[in-house]
Design a protein around this ligand. Structure first.
Ligand SMILES: *Cc1c(COP(=O)(O)O)cnc(C)c1O
Length: 348
């Protein structure tokens, strides 16, 4: 409240010191050169694609197990989003990327889903071999790493979302673009503010997609304690792992310490479960809320988009996937209670 009052008293609502400070802190946190506050992560993806002049006639490959925002950001550039399959860890399948490449393909857009960064080596290799750009939808993955490198910083640009339900949430909508490219950073700064440069001159067509200063102030404050948020989420994942890993009816996400190369932040704890729908009802009857991501449909299954591509693994995942409670208000007792109820369900 003190932060909000301070910003409001100064009338410092648009592009003020708090925003610049947050951008600097965020870039430092991710160990990258530039962070640019934008209105939301969807806009961030769209701005990156526009800045790279991706448009009509181009194709961009994305993983169907993602929010429709990933595909929509591409669609509105005039380019065609091309959905591909996921693997056992629910992240984009490099084989599926390879099969989808055509002479029109311009970029690969992996989603760093559930707070886990893809094994990026094969994806980087495919991109290099085929002269493709990599743009990351890391909306769910602030602080997630692969080989010590932050999600969002592998390709030409990446995005984060500060939607309230994300691991670092603000008091409404918010997002950021991160990049190591001076050129991309400059272009996005113009595009996001009506094409205006620092002198206020309009030098190209732009849109309005800025991160409000009041949100930046909140985010800056929250980022200072963000490591403890990640730590707690990993602790909860560890409890789920230890209490549920012997159940053969479940497929758990990789545990927090299962692979040295991956540092996951557990935006979500997404499992696969036999008798998923019955389990969901049973847990609800016991006071436990669970969610099926994307309202139960990966992007390629959304009827009005008419993709018509069957994606065998993703289709199978969506008959079985379920997100267990994962947030920092949970106590260890809460998590143990969830695990007990799941065990009860399968012992019946
Ligand atoms: C939340 C989310 C988005 C959209 O973020 P906004 O800030 O709401 O635009 C995009 N992709 C994924 C994977 C997300 O989880």
């Amino acid at each position: 409240m003190a932060l909000i009052e301070s910003v409001a008293q100064r009338g410092a609502f648009i592009m003020q010191a708090e925003l610049r400070e947050f951008e600097t802190k965020l870039a430092q946190f991710c160990n990258c050169k530039h962070a640019i506050g934008v209105a939301n992560a969807t806009d961030g993806l769209h701005l990156i694609a526009r800045a790279l002049e991706i448009g009509t006639g181009d194709e961009v490959i994305f993983c169907s197990h993602t929010m429709t925002a990933t595909a929509a950001a591409i669609k509105f550039t005039g380019a065609t989003p091309v959905p591909v399959d996921c693997k056992e860890d629910h992240l984009i399948d490099p084989q599926s990327i390879k099969s989808a490449i055509t002479p029109k393909t311009k970029a690969i857009l992996p989603t760093q889903l559930n707070g886990r960064t893809c094994a990026m080596d094969p994806i980087l290799e495919i991109a290099e071999d085929n002269n493709l750009l990599i743009i990351e939808d890391s909306a769910q993955a602030l602080g997630s790493k692969y080989n010590g490198k932050h999600a969002g910083t592998f390709g030409v640009g990446g995005v984060f979302s500060f939607y309230p339900a994300k691991t670092l949430g603000c008091l409404g909508d918010g997002g950021a673009v991160v990049t190591n490219s001076d050129e991309l950073s400059e272009k996005i700064r113009l595009l996001q503010d009506h094409g205006r440069n620092e002198k206020g001159e309009t030098v190209l067509w732009g849109i309005n997609s800025r991160l409000d200063n009041i949100q930046a102030a909140i985010l800056s404050y929250r980022l200072d304690n963000y490591e403890t948020v990640i730590e707690r989420r990993r602790e909860i994942a560890k409890i789920y792992q230890s209490q549920l890993e012997d159940l053969e009816q479940l497929l758990l996400p990789p545990g927090p310490d299962s692979n040295q190369k991956h540092f996951d932040i557990f935006q979500n704890y997404e499992i696969e479960a036999d008798k998923r729908d019955e389990l969901k009802v049973y847990l609800k009857d016991n006071g436990i809320g669970t969610l099926i991501q994307w309202n139960g449909k990966p992007v390629h299954q959304i009827e009005c988009y008419n993709f018509k591509t069957p994606l065998p693994h993703t289709d199978k995942v969506f008959e079985r996937c379920l997100m267990l409670p994962m947030n920092i208000s949970l106590t260890n007792d809460d998590v143990n209670y969830v695990c007990d109820k799941i065990r009860n369900f399968y012992s019946k």
